[in-house]
Design a binder for this molecule. Structure first.
Ligand SMILES: [Zn+2]
Length: 286
């Protein structure tokens, strides 16, 4: 028992240590990127630690000037008044062991351009924890990862059928470009594409990613031990859990005839029932 407690405490302190390390790393990364003066970065999102989500505005000055995407940004200002590409970076709980997740929020890109998926995610092997030479390494700093993303936004890969990144001004591939992408779609298409490439995005603890995450319906603990689910915890399955009980309907929905009959009692006796039972619930005890 004591040993178990010690192990628990040890696990907890390792967790706290990792969390501190992660926060420190994120702060360092952010500071050096802000110090470079190159990028416009806002922290935040709807949930979680603000350090977990970076919103980066890529202006024309951040792109190679001779790229089609830089020219598209001129056009985007004229058409929509938007002067930047909104890039979002999400850091997983296991960062830096696991890679940050990059996605374009808006505008929408033409399909198969700029390594941007149909859902807006940036799909590059360097952003996948493949444990291969071309895959992500925890020593990669954000400044160089961001630069790699930018270079790939404007470059093509004819072998993979990917053209240089272009904005879908005429909504040929979806809604108007300013509509933007959802994070759910981004992650779904990221997982689909890394699957197509045969890239395995290993989690920090050596589990393979479940292809149904984050919407996996499986409850089998064995499955959750073998596969990671984008930081989700296994659903709780307890042997000692109380059996399911249907909730009783609220009293106000009952017709007066359905109310249990309660004989009139003196106020003092109804306030202090002998056995502590609610008299209204046990009319037959009278
Ligand atoms: Zn699963």
């Amino acid at each position: 028992m004591q040993q178990q407690q010690q192990q628990q405490q040890q696990a907890q302190s390792t967790e706290i240590g990792n969390e501190l390390q992660r926060t420190k790393r994120l702060q360092l990364e952010l500071r050096s990127l802000v110090k470079s003066g190159e990028y416009d970065i806002d922290l935040g999102g709807d949930t979680g630690d603000a350090l977990d989500i970076w919103n980066i505005k890529l202006y024309k000055k951040n792109l190679p000037q001779d790229s089609g995407l830089a020219a598209d940004l001129d056009e985007l200002i004229k058409r929509n008044g938007q002067d930047h590409i909104h890039l979002q970076v999400n850091f997983p709980a296991q960062y830096p062991t696991e890679p940050p997740f990059f996605r374009v929020v808006s505008p929408r890109f033409k399909w198969h351009t700029g390594h941007v998926s149909v859902g807006g995610s940036v799909c590059l092997e360097v952003l996948v924890n493949t444990h291969t030479a071309a895959g992500y390494k925890s020593r990669y700093v954000m400044e160089s990862l961001l630069w790699m993303v930018i270079i790939n936004l404007v470059s093509d890969n004819p072998a993979a059928g990917v053209g240089p990144g272009r904005i879908d001004f005429d909504a040929m591939f979806g809604p108007q470009p300013r509509t933007g992408y959802s994070e759910d779609d981004a992650r779904k298409h990221f997982n689909r594409i890394i699957g197509q490439h045969g890239w395995i995005n290993w989690s920090a603890d050596g589990r393979k990613p479940c292809s149904f995450a984050p919407n996996c319906y499986r409850k089998n603990p064995q499955h959750w031990a073998e596969f990671s689910h984008e930081g989700q915890e296994a659903p709780v399955e307890r042997d000692d859990a109380p059996p399911y009980q249907a909730p009783s309907p609220p009293v106000s929905t009952l017709s007066p005839h359905a109310q249990p009959f309660v004989p009139a009692r003196s106020p003092s006796s109804s306030a202090t029932p002998v056995d502590g039972a609610d008299p209204a619930r046990s009319p037959l005890r009278q």
